[in-house]
Design a protein around this ligand. Structure first.
Ligand code: PLP
Length: 393
């Protein structure tokens, strides 16, 4: 970066200058420049948004529902969200006061972090994790403190590791299960043990449950529904993954009234409201989208079983994810680093996977493969990976 006195860089804030660029973005610029690549890279459903949901958006436009809505979001959508959350995740929320509609979980996370953190406060989160967590925390002038999860523990969060990382400055624990990038989940007992630590140390829990509907085994209610947790948890979820609605940019946060009110203050000044059209589509998704959501989940489930078997058969240790649409195989046996593996696989076999280090330093030795790609492409990608590994031996 130029430090010349006439460069526009002189106006940039210090914490933004030191923010790293997303490793995924750089990698996919390379992928996009190549032909015939099978991408297991993108964390985005390969399904088109179900037609009835798209139609609801079109219908909203036709009826002229194209204005600002209430800052919190349409009451009809908040009612539908609260009904859905109670039915699927456990806790009951008041749609008038305890629910806010946001522009993706991305915005909801930014709002709650900005609402509760003072400069220097510490936020615990687990790595490997979604690439936005540490930067979003840093942008609030708080300190991002990772707690490592590991293969030996199926990438579940160890409550003792959380407890050891707590200092007098720790205010928030950010959770994401089912997890991006590992596919790990938390059992009911695991949630209870983490809840106990959060209560003992008076932490606010932000639970990003964006992959909850894409769960493949036994499900347990949200951590927000455990005794003593509702008042200290903000539950985030959205429509991007379960309903294949990434481009609609629509999600929600549910939690105690004072926290939702504080999120709303920031949202009303920075965003005003989520798109009225996306809100109409989201109502349709919740009211009539269950069959399509379940069809997509079953397809991901089948793909998961195929991809995990193929990877293990070729000697890449891969644990069985509980949810989301990612597998996180260990590539240490190849002698390559995560970045070398991903770069060489792309150049030599035209398969794109993401180096595990894009999700935190402890992702070294792993790569993320997304199975949000059709089964035929997954089969070909698996053959190519097998050939790639064979040629290394
Ligand atoms: N949280 C996690 C764990 C994610 O993986 C993603 C997207 O990949 C998001 C949040 C962002 O979701 P949204 O599209 O609702 O902003």
């Amino acid at each position: 970066m130029s430090d010349s006195k006439s460069s526009p860089n002189r106006w940039l804030a210090r914490h933004i200058v030191s923010l790293p660029r997303s490793g995924i973005r750089d990698f996919f610029e390379l992928v996009n420049a190549m032909d015939e690549v099978i991408s297991l890279g993108i964390g985005e459903p390969d399904f088109v948004t179900p037609w009835k949901i798209r139609e609801a958006a079109i219908y909203a436009i036709r009826r002229g529902h194209t204005t600002y809505t209430s800052n919190l979001g349409l009451l009809a959508l908040r009612r539908a969200v609260c009904r859905y959350v109670e039915e699927h995740f456990g806790p009951a929320y008041d749609p008038e006061r305890e629910c806010i509609i946001t522009v993706g979980v991305s915005e909801a996370l930014d709002l709650i972090l900005r609402a509760v953190l003072n400069p220097g406060d510490e936020v615990l989160y687990h790595e490997p994790c979604y690439v936005s967590y540490a930067p979003t925390i840093t942008m609030t002038h708080a300190v991002a403190k990772p707690v490592v999860t590991c293969r030996e523990n199926d990438f579940a969060l160890d409550p003792r590791a959380v407890e050891e990382a707590i200092t007098p400055k720790t205010r928030v624990l950010l959770l994401n299960f089912p997890n991006n990038p590992t596919g790990a989940g938390l059992t009911a007992a695991g949630k209870a043990a983490i809840a106990e630590v959060a209560i003992r140390h008076d932490l606010l829990v932000i639970s990003d449950e964006i992959y909850e509907e894409l769960s493949y085994g036994e499900r347990s209610p949200s951590i927000a529904s455990l005794p003593g947790m509702r008042e200290r948890t903000v539950l985030l979820n959205g429509f991007s993954k379960a309903f294949a609605m990434t481009g609609f940019r629509i999600a929600y946060g549910c939690g105690p009234q004072d926290l939702i009110e504080a999120m709303m203050k920031i949202h009303q000044y920075s965003m005003l409201c989520a798109s009225s059209i996306a809100q109409a589509a989201a109502i349709e998704a919740l009211q009539n989208g269950a069959a399509e959501r379940e069809e997509m989940r079953l397809e991901y489930h089948q793909r998961r079983n195929v991809i995990v078997k193929r990877l293990n058969d070729m000697g890449l240790d891969c644990f069985m994810p509980r949810g989301a649409f990612y597998v996180f195989p260990c590539i240490r046996g190849t002698g390559l680093s995560s970045l070398q593996f991903a770069n060489r696989l792309l150049r030599e076999q035209k398969v794109a996977v993401v180096p595990g280090t894009a999700f935190g330093a402890c992702g070294e030795g792993f790569v993320r493969c997304a199975y949000a790609t059709g089964m035929a492409d997954i089969e070909v990608a698996m053959e190519r990976i097998r050939d790639f590994i064979g040629a290394l031996r």
